[in-house]
Design a protein around this ligand. Structure first.
Ligand code: PLP
Ligand SMILES: N[C@H](C=O)CCC(=O)O
Length: 437
């Protein structure tokens, strides 16, 4: 890959026209705020197609994609086996409104891969998965209170849209208007990695806490890594007080290992929310856990949860093809090495340019924070120089590297990315850093 000549922002006339058209009929011109470029200024770039590690915009500019549709595309765009599986499924019907065997096949693969999951229910999005897991936890325990952590994002579930990460954080609405106070009255928000706070809250409210939900590696305030002490405290306190521990692995599931963050860490949550990769880029979500908990779900049990397109055959087929590829040709070791090279190279380049920074990384998920402070929770993430991030973002974009459009999002490397492309990215980053950003 050759580094693209520097483009100016006005060199994307077709994207500009497409955005104007979209804004007339779609709020803000986008169907999810995280893509709106609100954190970096300027206009979102409209894509025409994806090819392997690349995105190609309407004006024909190619970008090395470091987002992968915010996580799902670990195998890159239009992977031939995923395309073939989805097409074959589409040719036999888009949706049946009745069970099909692909649902069991994908569920079996999830159960086999994720040690703590004995049963799993498919949904159509990660939001639904998180929302449903909370409902089941409340139903199973007969308690109402839930604990979440500032900066974690679990989709746009009312009860969890408090101090939320991702686009809500980027665009300054971590507590969204439209969420009635009643919906969040039972949500306790704590600081990520703060064991003392966790202990204090359980001491006071332990008997009424249904569950604790967290991203076991956070991607939605930028990448934040849990300490071992924090993970141990989560497991011990939830067990002690009879609350359920829910890992939201919508982003980390099958990304950090074939089995997610919990397999990497050897952790055992009671429930897990999944999405993204298990649908191979098609709309999907899932939640699962121990049989005794999952048997609370209707029609096996009394907790209602449903979906017209849940277990959609095309999404199931794409998910099966993706997991099959990940199981048979595990990319995780290579991804870890490649992403380490990327992050070490970025850090060296930033140091040479005297730019204060931190890089957090687990496997192929990473964030370059423009701050001198170690980032391990939302407050430290917020010390970042977001104006500098914005200049870095546009400098890289104009050189053909598509990074998340917010300091408070994780970036991803895909399995089809090559070492030569990482070398090119590092050359581009050095150029951008030395341009005085
Ligand atoms: C950790 C996490 N949970 C839940 C969600 C919600 O998933 P979806 O956007 O598919 O509703 C996301 C991403 O948006 C996520 O990153
Ligand atoms: N950070 C979000 C998901 O992980 C971004 C995706 C979105 O909300 O559009």
């Amino acid at each position: 890959m050759s580094t693209q000549p520097t483009l100016s922002r006005v060199d994307r006339p077709k994207s500009h026209e497409a955005f104007a058209r979209a804004k007339a009929v779609i709020p803000g011109g986008v169907n999810s705020p995280a893509r709106a470029f609100g954190g970096v200024g300027g206009e979102p770039i409209f894509m025409a197609r994806g090819e392997g590690a690349y995105l190609i915009d309407l004006d024909g500019n190619r970008y090395l994609d470091l987002i992968g549709s915010w996580g799902p595309l670990i195998l890159g765009h239009a992977h031939p086996k995923v395309v073939a599986a989805a097409m074959e499924a589409a040719q036999t019907g888009a949706s049946f409104g009745a069970p099909c065997e692909r649902e069991s096949e994908l569920a079996e693969m999830v159960v086999e891969a994720v040690p703590s999951i004995e049963m799993v229910r498919m949904t159509s999005s990660g939001t639904e998965a998180a929302m449903s897991a909370i409902r089941v936890a409340r139903g199973a325990t007969g308690r109402n209170r839930i604990v979440k952590f500032a900066g974690c994002y679990h989709g746009h579930v009312d009860a969890l849209l408090v101090s939320a990460g991702s686009g809500a954080l980027t665009l300054g609405v971590p507590n969204s208007p439209g969420v009635p106070e009643g919906c969040t009255r039972d949500t306790l928000v704590l600081r990520y990695n703060d064991v003392q706070q966790l202990e204090d809250v359980f001491r006071v409210h332990g008997d009424s806490i249904a569950c604790v939900m967290l991203e076991p590696v956070v991607g939605n305030m930028g990448l934040v890594i849990p300490t071992l002490e924090f993970r141990k405290a989560l497991r011990e306190l939830t067990r002690k007080y009879g609350a359920l521990l829910i890992y939201d692995e919508v982003m980390t599931g099958f990304r950090l290992s074939y089995g997610g963050a919990q397999k990497l860490f050897n952790d055992e949550p009671d429930m897990t929310a999944l999405g993204k990769i298990i649908g191979g880029g098609y709309p999907v979500g899932a939640y699962g856990g121990r049989q005794d908990i999952m048997k609370q779900v209707m029609p096996a049990g009394p907790v209602y949860q449903a979906g017209t397109l849940s277990g959609n055959p095309v999404a199931m087929a794409a998910g099966i093809a993706t997991l099959t590829e990940l199981r048979n040709h595990a990319p995780y070791t290579r991804l870890d090495q490649l992403t380490r090279k990327l992050c070490e190279g970025l850090s060296a380049a930033a140091t040479d340019a005297d730019i204060p920074h931190q890089i957090n990384r687990v496997g192929s998920m990473w964030t370059l924070f423009f701050t001198p402070v170690e980032v391990n929770d939302l407050d430290s993430a917020k010390t970042s120089d977001t104006a500098r991030f914005s200049r870095f973002f546009w400098g890289m974009m104009d050189r053909g590297f598509y990074l998340p459009c917010s300091q408070f999002e994780a970036a991803f490397v895909s399995a089809v990315t090559t070492e030569a492309e990482i070398d090119q990215l590092l050359i581009a980053a050095r150029e951008v850093f030395s341009s005085g950003i």
